[in-house]
Design a protein around this ligand. Structure first.
Ligand code: 8IG
Length: 282
């Protein structure tokens, strides 16, 4: 067996194309229209998102590795989501803190783009700076702050991020649940949770939520001209917002408690986006 290949500046596009071809063969599909990345708390919703056509273990695909985090799955599911449209649903992701680099983090997005996806729904579990958005609150992302110091882009790739999170897709999500609040997500490097001082800093910068994913994927998606919807599940109040320590087991428990609600919300949003796309085609 050869060493698993890690996406980097020289091979990222070729590896995404290779992974897309492997998925087309395994699922017997020519393309997909929509991609979903299911983060902490969200992955149990996968089964409600249409009829599965194929389920592929990520580590068997070029450039992917086995997800390492408890609470995350590790498959790419190809599903029929109605209106003649298909989705690729990732039940896990590579995190930047795993140290495989920003191209490894962006690989799922680039593979989806190589499969033809024009829409990305990205989800995560996160800490909340707003004491009224406690564990179990779902927040639509309005914008982000990338505090990783990294980018998945190479060279003079000047991507416009002035509407990284599509107003149009947020409006569709609000047709499904009018009460969803909108917030700004700051990505820290992790894997340590923030200190209270770091959480205060993020708040002063304009963040409502803190997490360890999403922003690098969204930058890669915008570079690939995808329209992006971001959904965060607040699983805990961020460090220092209340005076109890953070515990990964609590984070997973909050995700599990919210799971049925998240699954219904996500499937409602996918249905609405797919219906809208079908209407735009006419
Ligand atoms: I779930 O409080 C989850 N992920 N950085 N901070 C950061 N990531 C998180 C948190 C949190 N909760």
């Amino acid at each position: 067996m050869s060493e698993p290949q890690v996406p980097n500046a020289d091979n990222f596009a070729a590896l995404a194309a290779e992974a897309a071809e492997a998925i087309k063969r395994a699922a017997d599909v020519a393309d997909v229209q929509i991609a979903l990345i299911l983060g902490s708390g969200w992955s149990s919703g996968a089964d409600q998102l249409g009829s599965p056509l194929a389920r592929i273990a990520l580590e068997t695909l070029p450039g992917f590795s086995k997800p390492v985090v408890a609470g995350h799955g590790g498959d790419a599911i190809i599903a029929d989501v109605g209106e003649g449209q298909r989705a690729i649903i990732y039940t896990g992701r590579t995190h930047f803190y795993e140290g495989r680099g920003a191209d490894a983090v962006a690989h799922s997005v680039r593979t989806a783009a190589a499969l033809g996806a024009r829409t990305l729904i990205v989800t995560n579990g996160c800490g909340s700076l707003n004491r009224y958005w406690g564990p179990g609150t779902v927040v639509l992302l309005r914008d982000h702050i990338n505090l990783t110091g990294a980018t998945p882009l190479h060279g003079a790739t000047f991507i416009d991020l002035s509407e990284a999170y599509s107003r149009r897709l947020r409006d569709i999500a609000h047709r499904v649940d009018a009460d969803l609040p909108e917030g700004v997500y700051a990505q820290f490097h992790g894997p340590a949770y923030e200190t209270p001082a770091e959480v205060r800093m993020a708040g002063i910068m304009g963040a409502d939520l803190v997490g360890m994913s999403t922003t690098l994927e969204v930058v890669a998606a915008r570079a690939a001209h995808m329209e992006v919807l971001g959904l965060s599940l607040a699983t805990n109040l961020a460090a220092g917002v209340q005076d109890t320590p953070l515990d990964h087991a609590e984070v997973i428990a909050a995700g599990q408690a919210a799971a049925p609600r998240l699954a219904a919300l996500l499937s409602g949003i996918v249905t609405a986006i797919v219906a809208d796309a079908a209407e735009l085609e006419l």
